[in-house]
Design a protein around this ligand. Structure first.
Ligand code: ZN
Length: 229
């Protein structure tokens, strides 16, 4: 019942947030400011989404989402909004379709942040020589609850347990009451195909309950919500 409530809340939120844009068959790259915020943007790149937050002291970006495609459109979209430096890239989890393409962000001076469990995954990929050249290792590993402060913005990073991966971070903006989650809390759906890091379904449900217990009103997912109106 708890799960049903969570998905219901999330669906209502997402219909309000993206329903109109999705109905118009948008192009591969779109960026829009989240309604009701001063500085939170959703960057959509084909079937993937990231958020970035523009502060007086620079930009907090999230997943580069540039697997087998250039990351330039993401940086170009940020540059359309601000010329402030990109200070951070926060990884939601270590899966390639979300982490690929970090290099130009690194070249621009960004610090890469991931949950501590992700570090072993990156090292494993490197050991197997299967870490693509454009993927950047995390510079900073965070624990189960941490905070990034930049300019006037506070971004909370919360690990809610093993789910779709063992290193998924919820990115929560306390002031805006927005949560950005990637892959582990699909909207009006259940877990996609498999549980890549061997989490049990019970652990997954527990992590959804933890997500639901956090103080947020709107959730932005790492893939555009396909349900629409
Ligand atoms: Zn994933």
């Amino acid at each position: 019942m708890q799960k049903k409530t969570l998905l219901g809340v999330a669906a209502a939120v997402l219909i309000g947030l993206t329903g109109q844009a999705l109905a118009q068959n948008p192009p591969a790259v779109t960026t829009r400011k989240v309604e009701g915020t001063d500085n939170v943007y959703i960057f959509r790149y084909g079937g993937h989404q990231s958020i970035f937050i523009v502060t007086k002291a620079g930009v907090i970006a999230t997943d580069p989402i540039s697997y087998l495609r250039p990351a330039k459109p993401y940086i170009d979209e940020i540059r359309k909004v601000t010329d402030k430096p990109i200070k951070y890239v926060i990884y939601s989890h270590h899966h390639y379709d979300h982490i690929a393409g970090g290099k130009p962000f690194k070249d621009a001076g960004a610090t890469f942040v991931a949950h501590k469990n992700a570090v072993a995954k990156f090292k494993e990929l490197k050991k197997q020589n299967s870490l693509h050249a454009d993927v950047v290792m995390p510079d900073r590993a965070v624990g189960d609850k941490s905070t990034i402060k930049l300019g006037e913005t506070t971004l909370e990073l919360v690990w809610v347990g093993r789910n779709h991966s063992d290193n998924s971070l919820v990115m929560r903006l306390p002031k805006e009451k927005i949560a950005f989650t990637v892959d582990f809390a699909p909207i009006e759906a259940v877990q996609f195909r498999n549980m890549p890091d061997n989490a049990s379904p019970l652990e997954n449900i527990a992590s959804l309950k933890k997500l639901a217990s956090l103080d947020w009103e709107r959730m932005i997912p790492g893939h555009p919500y396909a349900g629409g109106r």
